[in-house]
Design a protein around this ligand. Structure first.
Ligand code: IMO
Ligand code: MG
Length: 429
């Protein structure tokens, strides 16, 4: 099976953009299958930096990009991102980008309700990106969402907006924020329609053709397993399933078409937004990881929380996410640290647990149990072979493989595309 799915194995921002970009050179098509413009994928190509949120990363390599039905699409954000990458010299046309006609749209009322609810939560906020992702997925499950294909039917739009506003204006009013008028929303959608519809099609059919033609498909995940709405640290999660199985349902192919599942993990841990983070560091080392790793959200500019590598959490993500090999990123950020810690499990109210439990109280009470290793003084940055790596860095990677119970398939040693060690070609299965 020549296909590959890339998913995050921590809490996001593992460097999926770089790995997908690197793998895209070996693929024919890149497919996004969940999430929306809450994702922030940074690709560094020579002296050009692309920051993509919604567009499949393969576009940078001139590969066909597909936005699957599992993605929630904000049409304004999409058009703005297309304009931005065009200004950076990329070609985005209906020949290079296809969007599932059954994908759900994010409307202006979704970020409004997202932000209003977060504000109302006060100290208990989830720390969402405020981009309307959660409310859009709620509408999909509640069967009231407006989808891409609806843009071609003004009457459908009008009727659906009536139903949506019945729901949302009551909520917005209750939260004390401005409500929306149907005419404004309808006019907006009808203006966007001719700009979006040329990209729309039943992408499942194209994917079927591509598969039958022996083409290589790369499925590009957003967010990460620990942000999965079922398997993550609920309720501090995103509103989609981020596990590899979603690559199938979120694009309209069968589970056997997904191929090799590559999980991306940083050599340490970060998290944006609220929620449990057992290995979080509030000391100088946490500060150093954040500074050196440039740990700021691509979308929000928020400083990411930083901590030691949590092998117990990554092992859990690997099991539930279906990960067969890991791509370990940002190893160079640990260069020069005298001592490194790896979390192997948690002490929770006096009992040892090898996994993060489902109950929020128990998650919050989890105290990491660490294994300590010596660090390395030499630089690992830019290494392109195992021989280029400090011996102690190799030991650290090997220990991670043992603890998470999965092999390292790729190792990334800088943001540069080519600073990558390939242990095994994921497309070879
Ligand atoms: P990439 O693809 C890191 C987090 C938010 C928040 C929670 C819910 O770049 O790895 P949402 O707006 O999705 O309802 O927010 O999920 N979150 C991410 N954290 N990387 C991301 O994407 C994220 N997308 C959402 O910070 O805690
Ligand atoms: Mg990100």
């Amino acid at each position: 099976m020549a296909n590959v799915a890339v998913i995050g194995a921590q809490w996001g921002d593992e460097g999926k953009g770089k790995v997908v970009d690197w793998l895209a050179s070996r693929a024919d098509v890149v497919v996004r299958f969940q999430g929306g413009h809450n994702a922030g994928h940074t690709l560094v190509v020579g002296n050009q930096t692309y920051k993509l949120s919604l567009l499949p990363s393969g576009l940078v390599r001139g590969k066909l990009g597909i936005i699957g039905n599992g993605v929630v699409v904000d049409p304004d954000a999409l058009l703005a991102e297309i304009a931005l990458v065009r200004s950076q010299g990329l070609t985005v046309t209906p020949e290079t980008l296809r969007i599932a006609d059954n994908a759900v749209l994010i409307l202006p009322l979704h970020p409004a309700i997202d932000k209003a609810r977060e504000a109302a939560r006060g100290d208990h906020k989830i720390g969402t990106t405020g981009r309307g992702i959660g409310p859009a997925y709620e509408d999909k499950v509640a069967r009231r969402a407006i989808r891409v294909a609806d843009l071609a039917e003004p009457e459908t739009l009008s009727a659906k907006l009536d139903e949506l506003l019945l729901h949302y204006n009551a909520l917005l009013q209750g939260l004390g924020v401005p409500t929306f008028s149907k005419d404004t929303l309808l006019d907006g959608l009808l203006k966007l329609a001719p700009q979006i519809l040329p990209y729309a099609e039943p992408v499942w059919e194209r994917l079927d053709e591509l598969r039958r033609g022996g083409k290589r498909i790369l499925f590009e995940g957003a967010q990460a397993v620990m942000l999965d709405v079922d398997h993550g640290t609920y309720p501090f999660v995103t509103s989609s399933n981020t596990v590899a199985a979603t690559a199938a349902s979120g694009s309209g192919v069968g589970p056997n078409a997904v191929g090799f599942v590559l999980g991306i993990a940083k050599a340490y841990t970060t998290r944006v937004g609220s929620g449990p983070f057992p290995t979080e560091l509030h000391d100088d080392i946490g500060q150093l990881l954040g500074d050196r790793g440039n740990e700021y959200g691509v979308n929000t500019g928020r400083r990411r929380r930083c901590g030691w590598f949590d092998a117990a959490m990554v092992r859990q993500a690997i099991k539930v996410g279906g990960v067969q090999g890991i791509a370990l990123t940002k190893l160079d950020i640990l260069d020069g640290l005298t001592e490194l810690k790896i979390c192997t499990g948690y002490r929770i109210n006096g009992t040892f647990s090898r996994h993060l439990p489902a109950a929020p109280g128990a998650q919050a009470a989890a105290v990491p149990e660490y294994e300590t290793m010596a660090g390395w003084a030499e630089s690992s940055r830019g290494a392109r072979s195992w021989a280029d790596l400090p011996a102690q860095a190799v030991k650290y990677v090997r220990r991670i493989e043992e603890l998470v119970e999965a092999p390292v398939t790729l190792l990334s040693t800088s943001p540069e595309r080519d600073d990558t060690i390939m242990v095994k070609d994921p497309f070879e299965g």
